[in-house]
Design a binder for this molecule. Sequence first.
Ligand code: SME
Length: 167
Amino acid sequence: MNERLMRADYQHLVEEFTVIAEATENVDELMNIIVRHLQERMPHFNWVGFYMIEKSRPGEDPMLVLGPYVGAETPHKRIPLNQGICGAAVLTGQTVVVDDVNADPRYLACSLETKSEIVAPVFVRGEAVGELDIDSHTPSAFTDDDRKLVEHCAELVGNLLEKTQDG
Ligand code: SME
């Protein structure tokens, strides 16, 4: 747990996001609220953004495309699924936590200040369709409580996508 945050703060945020998600039918709006809220409320969340998999045309490789985000501008607006920590999270369908990004050969640098990163996939009917990516300027910034919070936010977006998409 982050030393400045209590478990109750995390539980409170989880409940807050659940209430917000229940009140919206618009996925973009929900993603925008989540990135802004997380960055404001979590002192160690310095860059917060969604990447969603773009539907590829025949013969083209699918890409992760940057969606709503808060933080420094990143050069990585489109990421092939076989690249980066971002690619690893959607390909494996697992949350990836990297304590030291500079020691991870998969890492695609967004900012020189970034020291650690967490990426949680967004699932629709069991399939990874995107992810919530968070960078921290603090090394080893992300705890189990962070992971649960980030996975909860990713799940809320997946649930709303399921509810609002056809088929
Ligand atoms: N670091 C990510 C790229 C996205 S930026 O952090 C915003 C990666 O290695 O996939």
